[in-house]
Design a protein around this ligand. Structure first.
Ligand code: ZN
Length: 339
């Protein structure tokens, strides 16, 4: 009998706010508000996606926007974060970093600052109610103007000691070069925010290099296509830059055809730090625990290796020192506790 993976303490570092919504909650909110959902988000859920071309990515974004449009009140925001926290606790997460671009909601909740404060307040409440630690990563959108990202970085810095732990960059890598956002990341990095831009998902190793060279990345969102360059894998390993690998997201979006094609084992064996993440359960139909199950069942990770995956997620997190120590001790206990 192998050890239950839900009992393995871990940190979840790659989860988007809207994408964390339970599908059942989307159905309920849509019904309450008379919002029509396309089949891909209703009876045909989870949607069959493909983001290897611009059209496919657009469809993914469109479904994402529909999910966002169902969140209309502060009560909805609080509910979403509470449920996300409950789901994390049920899967053994002791620390969650949730990524949000407040500008996507600002028109609904009274501007950027008020929106970020609403998210932070909801995250604090969810943490109190469930016992998990939660940090917010403010994510800029790379398809928008770099000046907007700078505004967001300045805002994120103001809340550095009030729940914001990091600064990110998301959306289609083919449409916005990482290096164009160097000004925003300089602001975040200098103030001491952890920097975690997306890279090496839809685009190849060059996009990861830009994250390292131009954005001072502490971690890379996905980064999975680093496997195309042995030299870059060595660089990430040497500098201990963690890749937030989300295997089932990669498969859902067609970055890799099949789960067995995701090079998690290759990265792990090359010494690249890896933190498993779920990305957008609302659109991919899988959560964090599914990624760990995959590591065990498809990539053949032993319990000792799974424990190391969990440790890497905790070490790369922005969790407070005391919580990290506690979670790491929990990982050891899980492993020595035996099967
Ligand atoms: Zn992501």
């Amino acid at each position: 009998m192998s050890r239950p993976l839900r009992d393995l303490p871990k940190a979840h570092l790659h989860l988007h706010f809207t994408g964390s919504m339970r599908h059942s909650t989307l159905i309920e909110l849509a019904k309450d508000q008379g919002l029509h959902l396309p089949d891909a988000l209703a009876e045909d859920w989870p949607p069959r996606l493909r983001a290897t071309d611009a059209k496919g990515w657009f469809r993914f974004q469109r479904l994402y926007d529909i999910g966002r449009s169902a969140l209309r009140t502060s009560g909805h925001v609080r509910r979403l974060l509470r449920e996300a926290a409950e789901d994390e606790v049920a899967e053994g997460s002791g620390w969650l970093e949730i990524q949000v671009d407040p500008s996507g909601y600002a028109h609904r909740f009274g501007g950027l600052t008020a929106t970020l404060e609403l998210f932070l307040d909801a995250a604090r409440l969810a943490a109190e109610q469930t016992g998990i630690g939660i940090g917010l990563i403010v994510g800029a959108n790379r398809t928008k103007h770099p000046l907007e990202a700078k505004t967001l970085a300045r805002l994120a810095v103001q809340y550095l000691d009030h729940g914001v732990v990091g600064f990110g960059l998301s959306n289609d890598e083919r449409r916005g070069r990482a290096r164009d956002f160097d000004g925003a990341f300089r602001i975040a990095h200098r103030a001491g925010l952890l920097t975690a831009p997306h890279g090496g998902e839809l685009a190849g190793p060059y996009s990861i290099e830009e994250c390292l060279d131009d954005l001072h990345a502490d971690r890379i969102g996905h980064g999975v296509r680093v496997h195309e360059s042995a030299r870059l894998m060595r660089r990430l390993a040497d500098r201990e830059i963690t890749c937030e690998v989300c295997p089932l997201s990669n498969v859902a979006l067609g970055v890799f055809e099949r789960p067995e094609d995701v090079p998690l084992r290759m990265l792990f064996d090359a010494g690249v730090p890896v933190a498993l993440g779920a990305d957008d359960p609302l659109l991919f139909g899988s959560r964090l625990l599914d990624q760990y199950e995959l590591a065990r069942n498809v990539y053949g990770f032993s319990d000792a290796e799974l424990a190391e995956l969990a440790r890497m997620s905790i070490r790369a997190s922005a969790a407070p020192t005391e919580l990290r120590r506690e979670l790491l001790a929990g990982v050891d206990a899980w492993l020595t506790g035996g099967a």
